[in-house]
Design a protein. Structure first.
Lengths: 304, 221, 809
């Protein structure tokens, strides 16, 4: 989303401080996805397509309710369906439905991985947004994301994902998906309020026998601005592989962390080593004596 | 090969054929472009280097193609050079006396063939790095190949690519400096020839082979 | 709905059965989540499939398709056996104490009076004992063995938990757990709401399934109370308005029935419908029938409807039989029909047995399709390959398409499931040549009238005398029509108590049906809507959501029929003294002088409770009926009958009576009976249904919907998939005795194999939304498979339970 009107607190491939004087004084925002209220109706998917002017292909059915089958550059959110027979409830079936999409991490792996200055930004309100005009299409954000969210368009080779409707939020509206949710499974507000609401939901779920109900706000990525209420907060993988403890992967941290300055320093030091070698030792030159020795050797060989 | 001097014992010796030189410099040019564009993506401080290929997006588009081109050219070069770069016992001894060499006292070290131990080592570093860069580069080439790999593999490949690139760049810096340091080397790769003295001093075993071969040929003429 | 959408939030327990509210009514379903989140309500879902509703339920129980009466009968049995009924309510507000005639009998699945040849009952014996005074005998002590409640007890004693498990395949423990939860609402302060839809209506015993659930609710005292009720979730926008306005073959607006052939005499026609009370002091509101009927006739024929010509009674058609969908298409198939006007209807896709439908449509001379979209029906004559393989050269039907606007392109009122008439305003003009249905019908009428004027005809009076008071005859406005169906004074209406007082001026809109008169001085096109556009304007356009009591009774939001009453039978929420059973959720109460509260009382507003007027004022009894008397074709108590295509082939509840396997009085024609399949050939139970992502056969034309559900599929359980060697995503062929479809298999744990009377029965789920027109991937019409069988009362086809065979392609 270009031409944003929100304050940027972090900017990809930028080593200097962004303007950070203005803070989100009333708290950062959060979307709460209550999987226990969600009926998988896909209204949010449609609202997302409508607001963002996206139209995915009319695909095929591959044996399930999930359509499109995966996130794409045209599908920024997607209902994922999982069938689970709960041993704690006598094998009773549960149909766990999770709205997948960008989690808007406080410590975003995509932003960390991105080599293009300003292609990924984090606003003061917590939204992580792609600015496609700065995107070079390398796809490093995909490798950086612990949730496997961004997708590169095969049309313009730029990366796309949920913007948390930053354009709507910037003018005081809720994201389109929130507005469309018929059951109140999607709730919007400050992160603090969402935690409070989630706590009430968890209490209700515990009264219904879901002892492990809880909120998903994984600390490994500094918390997220999209949170889930789960019946089984102890087993998030049940929800179509929601990672239990997501963090920016070690390889990404290595790649985009300490290796960067060290490597640059290493290259510089190598070059400097050469320079000082030259200063101290000087060039290794061939002298006339060498030529003579060579000539003698040649002579010997000719007559030898 | 035209003699540079009328004195037959002072005739220059051919070190690289025109084809080898062309190949080398192709690799060199492509490497520079690849390395600089790679550095542009490697560290924000060097992002300005992306201007070299026409901006960030062009850098993303061209870098992998340049990389593949470099790998192919390098493979040709390496194929022709492979046989000269087998490590021998004397190379290890030469390496052990690195301090003498670095201080321009290479006379103390064992005689050296077409390439000394350091060059050979560098050669294999190049081979390994180019191979690593090629393979990891394909994995992280988003437009065509990344979709075939799991995100874990892509992440690992990104690290491998960065490490190989780092090692390669450092090795190239060493390579360039060494060429500058050992005077006459650059001419070897630009004009193709070295003086007998240069060969005598730096690659005496090769020099002996060379004159031996030349004169046994002359004798049999 | 007896109640309304918002009221669901007041429920303590929600039973979704015979429907899938989350799937098919996701917006209304929000009130279930409200009840759960803010009223600690529990949700029970009973369905052959683990549905989207089940995904958020507290308890789910599987059931074999078409066996809901066995389940609900089991619940009734449980409630009666364990005395989990709201006693005061049952005794005072139902016919539990009424004594049934001695000659009434039930034996092996058949009630007294059955005529197998006619497939119909002589219902004479299905009646209370009526005394010489014309009143029914009762025994308030309930001791009499032929008290309704005792007959009921006896009838449902056969529905044991074991029998429920045998017939329905529902595990006994789950059934009992659900009974226990349901019985918790027999107290005065807890209420259960039942939400159902086509999962009950689309059976050969559909009406009786719904009645059976209503009986459960009556036993629990859950009818007429906030958070309770029998709540039919209507599928189409304004389908409630369709029945309200009488768009059924035997209906006139406001649930007035058309005269039969045998009812040529006006006085008798009125007398039969002006039902007299069966108990002393009862209101029996249909006694006012003539007021409603005359006002309707005045709305239609104006000055031409006079006392002398019985208000134009002769202008009305007198039907020899019902002309419901099945009857009409059967006649069409017999070649007895020349033309057909499909207005907002896609019968090729929506009616059962597509092969029969194709043959029937092919016999027409002309077919007019009024629709915003290209429909399967409008393209029935074209070959669409495997999905619709017809020889166009053999079809001579002339098809005329009249593009119409859609709901968003016109003003008007839509009636929602909760009986609210909500006025809406168009969002856009209709595109291209499209015109509104009103304009098309109006011009059709004026052209017909001209032809009759010029050329005469057999009996032109009903056409020529029709009152057509609209300013632009070819373009009546929705406002003009609304004012007409709501009701107006035709002369100055004087107060009968004080003739000097003018109650309504000539031409003024009426405030309610209480102002209607049978002397031709009022008009009202639909008496139950009377007052919606009242003297104070269009109440349907109101948008004040003030909810002073906090229980969702927003009386100033739009307008609800009848009389802006939001919860029907709300008098029953109070005890006999007029005190609310549950003061927390008070709907109405007697304050000593009149009835007050958060709703319009369903009662005479100043009737003292001590008068003993029953709360079910539309019934002759004044109370609710467990015993349906002659109002249902197959018997006064709902009885389990197998679907017409049954995996068992016998009825476990009446093993020895071959005539009682399936509903003995259901609608079936001879040829269609021959087209039924047997379990030997077609071993799998199929059920058709809708998906959230689509709306009927419309939204496959919409890209966004097509993206979210692009391709036809059927759902099968893992056990069946293993048996036939199918993995998720494979293609399967599903065939019935009437045809076959092919689709992608969705293999799921959500459909379980059931053990039915010792036999493993697999269920196959068939979503209906695909066809050969639209943007989604072309598919087969699901109704290729369905049988041409209908409920005996509503004639609704049995789309929900039939036999198929599933094979790997």
């Amino acid at each position: 989303m270009a031409l944003q009107s929100l304050d940027i607190v972090r900017r990809s491939a930028t080593t200097t401080h962004p303007p950070t004087v203005r803070k989100a004084q009333t708290g950062t925002v959060a979307k709460l996805i209550d999987t226990t209220k969600c009926i998988g109706c896909k209204a949010c998917q449609v609202a997302c397509m409508e607001w963002n002017d996206l139209r995915d292909e009319i695909g095929t059915n591959v044996g399930g309710y999930q359509n499109p089958h995966d996130l794409t550059d045209q599908s920024w959110t997607l209902m994922r369906f999982a069938e689970y027979e709960n041993p704690a409830r006598g094998g009773d079936l549960e149909w766990l439905i999770r709205k997948d999409g960008c989690m808007h991490c406080a410590d975003p792996g995509c932003l960390k991985a991105c080599p293009a200055p300003g292609a990924i930004v984090q606003y003061a309100n917590g939204i992580v947004d792609f600015q496609e005009e700065n995107c070079i299409g390398c796809g490093y954000c995909i490798a950086g994301c612990p949730f496997n969210i961004p997708r590169i368009s095969q049309r313009d080779h730029k990366a796309y994902k949920c913007t948390l409707c930053s354009d709507r939020v910037a003018v005081g509206l809720e994201p389109a998906c929130i507005k469309s949710c018929p059951t109140g499974a999607l709730v919007w507000g400050t992160k603090e309020d969402m935690h409070q609401h989630a706590a009430e939901r968890v209490e209700d779920l515990k009264s219904r026998g879901f002892d492990q109900a809880g909120v998903y706000d994984p600390p490994g990525v500094g918390g997220t601005h999209v949170m889930y209420v789960l019946h089984h907060a102890d087993q998030p993988e049940l929800y179509n592989g929601l990672p239990e403890d997501p963090r920016i992967s070690l390889s990404t941290r290595l790649w985009k962390g300490v290796t960067k300055p060290l490597a640059l320093a290493g290259i510089a030091l190598t070059a400097l080593a050469g320079f000082f070698h030259f200063i101290r030792v000087g060039r290794n030159e061939t002298h006339e004596s060498d030529e003579q020795a060579a000539a003698q050797a040649t002579e010997r060989a000719r007559h030898g | 090969m035209a003699d540079t001097t009328s004195d037959p014992s002072r005739r220059t010796i051919e070190r690289y054929t025109p084809n080898e030189r062309t190949n080398h410099w192709t690799v060199a040019i492509v490497f520079i472009l690849t390395a600089l564009s790679g550095l542009a993506l490697f560290h924000p401080a060097l992002y300005w280097l992306s201007g070299l290929l026409g901006g960030g997006t062009w850098t993303r588009i061209l870098h992998p193609f340049l990389g593949v081109l470099m790998a192919i050219c390098f493979a040709l070069l390496a194929a022709t050079m492979w046989k000269f770069n087998r490590m021998e016992r004397r190379d290890w001894q030469w390496l052990r006396q690195g301090r003498d060499v670095l201080n321009n006292r290479e006379a103390n070290a064992p005689e050296v063939g077409r390439y000394n131990g350091g060059q050979k080592l560098l050669f294999f570093v190049f081979v390994l790095c180019v191979l690593g860069l090629l393979l990891s580069g394909l994995v992280i080439w988003r437009q065509y190949f990344s979709l075939y790999f799991s995100v874990g593999v892509v992440r690992a490949a990104a690290v491998v690519h960065a490490i190989c690139a780092f090692v390669m760049i450092c090795a190239i810096v060493v390579h360039i400096y060494a060429a500058f340091w050992v005077k006459g080397s650059i001419a070897a790769m630009t004009r193709g020839t070295v003086t007998p003295g240069w060969a005598w001093k730096h690659h005496r075993a090769w020099f002996r082979e060379k004159i031996h071969a030349t004169h046994s040929r002359t004798r049999s003429d | 709905m007896t109640n309304h959408w918002v009221d669901i939030k007041n429920a303590d327990l929600v039973l979704i059965m015979g429907g899938n509210a989350a799937e098919a009514h996701p917006c209304g379903f929000k009130w279930v989540t409200e009840a759960k989140a803010h009223n600690k309500a529990r949700l029970i879902v009973v369905d052959p499939r683990f549905t989207r509703s089940a995904s958020v339920a507290d308890v789910y129980a599987p059931i074999r398709a078409g066996t809901d009466i066995a389940f609900l009968g089991g619940v009734i049995s449980y409630l009666l056996a364990n005395d989990k009924i709201q006693r005061d309510y049952v005794i005072n507000y139902t016919d539990a104490s009424f004594i049934v005639r001695e000659d009434f009998a039930f034996n092996e699945g058949l009630y007294s009076g059955y005529n197998a040849e006619k497939r119909a009952y002589d219902k004479t014996s299905w009646e209370y004992e009526i005394g010489a005074d014309g009143f029914a005998h009762t025994d308030p002590t309930l001791a009499h063995p032929r008290c309704v409640i005792n007959l009921m007890k006896q009838h449902y004693s056969r529905y044991t938990p074991e029998m429920v498990e045998r017939v329905c395949g529902t595990p006994k423990e789950k059934f009992q757990q659900i009974c226990q939860m349901i019985s918790s609402t027999s107290t005065t302060t807890r209420a259960m709401t039942i939400m159902y839809a086509l999962g009950w209506t689309q059976h050969s015993v559909g009406s009786q399934m719904i009645r059976c659930a209503a009986m459960v609710q009556l036993l629990l005292g859950n009818i007429g109370v906030s958070g309770g009720g029998m709540n039919a979730l209507r599928g189409h926008s304004n389908i409630q308005g369709l029945t309200d306005l009488g768009l059924l073959s035997n209906s006139l607006p406001g649930y007035i029935t058309l005269p039969f052939d045998r009812e040529q005499d006006y006085e008798k026609y009125v007398a039969v419908r002006s039902q007299k009370p069966l108990r002393p002091n009862q209101m029996s509101y249909w006694q006012n029938f003539q007021k409603f009927f005359v006002s309707l006739q005045k709305a239609w024929w104006g000055d031409a409807a006079t006392a002398e010509n019985h208000w134009g009674f002769d202008y009305l058609p007198k039907i020899d039989k019902l002309y419901d969908m099945l009857q009409v298409f059967d006649l069409m198939d017999q070649g007895k029909m020349n033309g057909y006007l499909a207005q907002g209807f896609n019968p090729l896709a929506a009616a059962p047995n597509k092969a029969k439908m194709t043959a029937a449509l092919s016999k027409l001379k002309y077919l007019v399709v009024m629709d915003p979209l290209v429909t399967e029906t409008s393209e029935f004559w074209r070959n669409f390959g495997v999905h619709h393989d017809v020889d166009s050269s053999k079809i001579q039907t002339e098809v005329i398409r009249l593009p119409v606007s859609c709901f968003a392109e016109e003003d008007g009122a839509l009636v929602n499931s909760g009986r609210w008439l909500q006025w809406h305003w168009k969002g856009a003009e209709p595109p291209g040549e499209a015109r509104t249905d009103i304009e098309i019908m109006a011009e059709l009428y004026t052209r017909l009238r001209k032809l009759y004027q010029l050329e005469g005809g057999a009996y032109p009076d009903p056409i020529l005398n029709l009152s057509w008071r609209y300013i632009h005859p070819n373009k009546p406005t929705p406002e003009e029509l609304a004012k007409e169906y709501c009701g107006q004074a035709l002369t100055d209406l004087l107060d009968p108590k004080d003739p000097t007082k003018v109650l309504r001026k000539r031409g003024e809109q009426l405030a309610g049906f209480g102002e209607l008169r049978d002397d031709g001085t009022t008009l009202s096109g639909c008496w139950i809507f009377c007052g919606a556009w009242g003297p104070n304007g269009n109440l349907m356009a109101r948008r004040d959501n003030a909810d002073p009591t906090g229980i969702g009774q927003t009386l100033n939001w739009a307008w609800s029929w009848p009389a802006n009453r939001r919860v029907l039978y709300n008098r029953a929420s109070c005890d006999t003294n007029g005190k609310p059973f549950n003061p927390e959720r008070m709907l109405v109460a007697w304050n000593g002088k009149q009835w007050i509260g958060s709703d319009t009382p369903d009662y005479k507003v100043d009737d003292d409770p001590s008068l003993g007027v029953g709360p079910f004022i539309m019934n002759q009894e004044g109370v609710a009926r467990f015993f349906a008397r002659g109002n249902m074709v197959e018997g006064p108590f709902p009885e389990h009958y197998e679907p017409f295509e049954s995996p068992l082939g016998y009825n476990p509840l009446s093993r020895n009576e071959p005539r009682a396997v399936s509903n003995p009085a259901a609608r079936i024609f001879k040829a269609d009976r021959d087209a039924l399949g047997s379990a030997a050939q077609f071993p799998h139970v199929a059920t058709t249904y809708r998906l959230t992502e689509h709306f009927h056969y419309w939204t496959k034309h919409v890209r966004l919907n097509a993206i979210t559900q692009p391709e036809q599929f059927v759902e099968i359980g893992t056990a069946l998939a293993d048996q036939i060697g199918v993995a998720a995503g494979d293609r399967v062929r599903v065939s019935s005795n009437r045809g076959h479809i092919e689709a992608v298999a969705v293999v799921t744990k959500r459909i379980r194999a059931l053990n039915i009377d010792g036999k493993t029965v697999h269920t196959v789920g068939i979503p209906i939304h695909w066809g050969f027109t639209g943007l989604a991937r072309p598919g087969y019409i699901a109704n290729t498979l369905t049988p041409f069988v209908g409920d005996g009362n509503s004639q609704t086809p049995e789309f929900k339970a039939f036999l198929v065979k599933v094979e790997k392609v």
